[in-house]
Ligand binder design. Sequence first.
Ligand SMILES: *Cc1c(COP(=O)(O)O)cnc(C)c1O
Length: 495
Amino acid sequence: MATIVEPTIFELSSPGRTGVTMPPPDVPTVDLPSKDLLRSELPLPELAEVDVVRHYTRLSKFNYSVDDGFYPLGSCTMKYNPKINEDTCRLPGYLFTHPLQPIETVQGNLVLMYELQEWLKEISGFAGVTLQPAAGAHGEFTGVLMMAAYHKSRGDTKRTKMLIPDAAHGTNPASAGMLGMSVVTIPSDERGNVDLKALEAACDDTVVGMMVTNPNTLGMFDEHIEKVVKLVKDCGGLMYGDGANLNALLGIVRPGDLGFDVMHFNLHKTFSVPHGGGGPGSGPVGVSERLLDFLPSPLVGIVEEGDEDIEPLYGFVTPKHSIGRMKAFHGHFGGGLVRAYTYIAMHGPDGLKDIAQYAVLNANYLQAKLRGTYTIPFDRICMHEFVAEGRFEGSDVRALDIAKRLMDYKFHPPTNYFPLIVHEALMIEPTETENKDTLDKFADALIKIAEEAKSQPELLHNAPHTTPFGRMDEVKAARELVLCCWLPEGYDSEK
Ligand SMILES: *Cc1c(COP(=O)(O)O)cnc(C)c1O
């Protein structure tokens, strides 16, 4: 297959072409600053508007998105993002405000943020919520900072260990590690639950707490979650919930009720904010009563109570022992918070519960269709996703080959090689937004690919065959990393 070589915008440049016509200045001209403050040259591409539009439109067609088709990327919750979100986040009242405006002039924005805090509290069962963190991992870091601050405030300085199951997302150990904690890995048992014996052995008075994803990355709801919480609390630890994937729990289970102390939400997964190159993340964090005073500042609160005639005044409040600011201004307001608010308002409590039930139904439907063709190592009723093995007896086909071949069938591949505890993992999350036709076509494609793996393995090893770019050389890409496609003439990378 011929690989298309796309010129860069710089290679398309031609001296003298221009995309803008500047009007004559309507302000007095001034002299330029002294020469030593100026660059001698600024190499920018020179193109007409039409060249730029065509270049980027062509490139955009090589892309695949959730608006193109099915995107079952496990753990990433690539659900369809309703277009009404785009209308609301562009309402001029939200779009043309500045975070430093006096609070009296941005009451609408503050009410939206306050209500979103309240809704997330209600959905999760927590006592307080910060909207500041910029993404899931940033929310984890915020949550772990609060856990550390809590122990420190009690003079409990021995605690340095964070317990993390082997099925955890890589960001969990990274967040604990960034705060200098040592990570103790807790294995999973044969049903995909936290191994209680191993947990019991690890619990002592040096434990900061435990970070648990439930449902975990195998798509399993931990059958002993209450025992897990109790073991950790009995040794004085705090429970961190990784709530990136709350899709299976909405309206059904509240992590706060299960005894978790802190949890981040990924508004860009569960609450339909676009992600994966499509938009900003947003990782609010909820806390239980005992961590309330440590929340980042500022939070949105009512600063002057109203009465029958006067609306309350919304503004910013600082928790008593706040860990401080986690983000410039107030989180990703328009791109994240307004869209998530719209999504929750549009669904209401019953609609949110429907989301969870359809997400779980769709995942179980696919799991049932693929059982028999693919090995499912933790084979029980799953939640929003499940993990299959991408390998077959007597075949050298790997999960990567299956993933690449799926692209020829016009599907985005599932997550590969994660979680690490499954050989050749294919982690499939259909989400609630897909209909039965799509699920059937996807299952048919995977079953067909399993046949191809036996009859024509080369077809899989060399896939994809129908995309603008063929199989990438992963080793070369890692060894000869080029992050910038164009460097100014005379640029010396050694300097
Ligand atoms: C996506 C995800 C994260 C990290 O979220 P980011 O917004 O990508 O930082 C953490 N944990 C789990 C389980 C996730 O799926």
